[in-house]
Design a protein around this ligand. Structure first.
Ligand code: BMA
Length: 397
């Protein structure tokens, strides 16, 4: 891992020298202060040196935004919510909190097959339009990709013991299927353009939850070395062969036990811009809440430490508490777990809806939901950034 580069401004240098003179500090003490000051201000660095201006600006402005707080994000926010689908301008987050999220997630699964709608029924043409609208109002988009298994042709969750990742790397037939799929993804990514034809910056969350064993690219289904090679190949292909320079790469595990597990599959500093992880609360009641707060706090301490040591940004790339059965979960549990950790964003998973009492899937409240009033309070906390505040921050200029 590359060592952290201490960056400090001339202004802070003079302030520290002046402080030293005033307080009679020794030279050694001054040097120590400079070092501490320098590492606290370590600059996150975007890897793609040919990144488009808007992409580079977004990344740097996201770092500045850390002083204000974290963007609130929601998957498929504009496409559907609990009890509605494809109503122009609607959003469960806005229905409840009076403002859109600052960050929006969408999913590319089935794009690789050339289908017109993704695996959750969202038409890719609508997705493209949402992403353009979001960009126009100054919001940020992140994309995930539950792509099918290129060895078996089955879903992302089909993880045969025979080693899909090894086949992509070493078997010409599977490699070809995979690169053809990347070509389809690249066409879509290249079609995301702003009003002046400029590519819209995207936070690309490829191979998410890669320490779990539920996807063909994760956990026991390949070796850490294979996954690193696949990550490196994919990014190099999209950047150097497909010439995509609007992507910010988010390396994304599921919940993790500590730094060693987090970094086991890390493809290297040259391939990662944002470090993140996904986490869901599964246990209810006071015990469940306390455990979740502690786990969030512990994991974020590790994550932000890794980010700072390696000049990356940190984010909670996906979270949720299915059905939100606790009326004060947002301010009493979630906001407490996040605390003052310097992360760029948090993204709640999708509000797929309610089928019946036993079958539902939603992670942010809809109007009238038990935790809705508390979500309003959460949205009013100074550190939570929704669309209006994110727009004001002018992230693309
Ligand atoms: C899962 C669930 C599924 C969905 C999939 C891909 O976590 O939300 O319903 O199909 O993600 O978005």
């Amino acid at each position: 891992m590359r060592n952290s580069v201490a960056v400090f401004t001339a202004k802070s240098y003079f302030i520290i020298i002046a402080m030293g003179k005033k307080n009679g500090y020794s030279l050694a003490m001054l040097l120590l202060l400079l070092l501490v000051k320098g590492s606290a201000m370590a600059q996150a660095i975007l890897n793609d040196k040919q990144a488009t201006p808007q992409t580079t600006l977004l990344f740097h402005n996201m770092q500045k935004l850390l002083k204000k707080g974290y963007m609130f994000g929601h998957q498929d926010d504009l496409a559907y919510g609990v009890g509605w689908k494809y109503e122009a301008g609607r959003s469960d987050v806005k229905d409840v909190a009076g403002d859109y999220p600052g960050l929006y997630g969408f999913e590319l699964g089935r794009l690789e097959l050339g289908q017109a709608v993704n695996l959750d029924g969202v038409p890719f043409d609508s997705m493209r339009q949402y992403i353009k609208d979001i960009y126009k109002r100054g919001g940020v988009t992140t994309l995930s990709w539950h792509f099918n298994n290129p060895l078996t042709g089955k879903t992302a969750w089909d993880a045969p013991p025979s080693g899909t990742v090894a086949a992509i790397l070493d078997s010409p037939a599977t490699h070809q299927v995979y690169t053809q799929w990347l070509d389809k993804g690249a066409d879509f990514l290249a079609s995301l353009k702003g009003a002046n034809g400029e590519p819209i910056p995207i936070i690309f969350r490829i191979f998410h939850e890669l320490n779990g064993s539920w996807f063909w690219w994760g956990g026991k289904n390949c070796t850490p070395y294979e996954l690193k090679r696949l990550y490196q190949f994919t990014e190099t292909y999209l950047r150097d062969v497909k010439h995509l320079h609007n992507l910010i790469y988010a390396f994304n595990t599921d919940r993790f036990s500590g730094q060693d597990e987090y970094l086991e599959r890390y493809p290297g500093n040259d391939y990662v811009d944002i470090v993140g992880f996904d986490i869901y609360q599964r246990k209810g009641g006071d015990d469940g809440n306390q455990q979740f707060i502690q786990e969030l706090d512990r994991s974020l301490t590790t994550l932000v430490g890794i980010a700072q040591q390696n000049n990356k940004l940190a984010a909670l790339t996906e979270f949720g508490y299915s059905g939100l059965p606790d009326s004060s979960w947002w301010t009493n549990v979630f906001a407490k777990g996040i605390g003052n950790h310097k992360i760029s964003y948090v993204m709640g998973w999708r509000n797929a809806g309610i089928k019946d009492e036993q079958h539902y899937e939603y992670y942010v409240p809809y109007k009238g939901q038990l935790s809705a009033n508390d979500f309003v309070l959460f949205s009013q906390l100074p550190q939570t950034l929704f669309q209006k505040e994110v727009t004001k921050a002018h992230l693309f200029r």
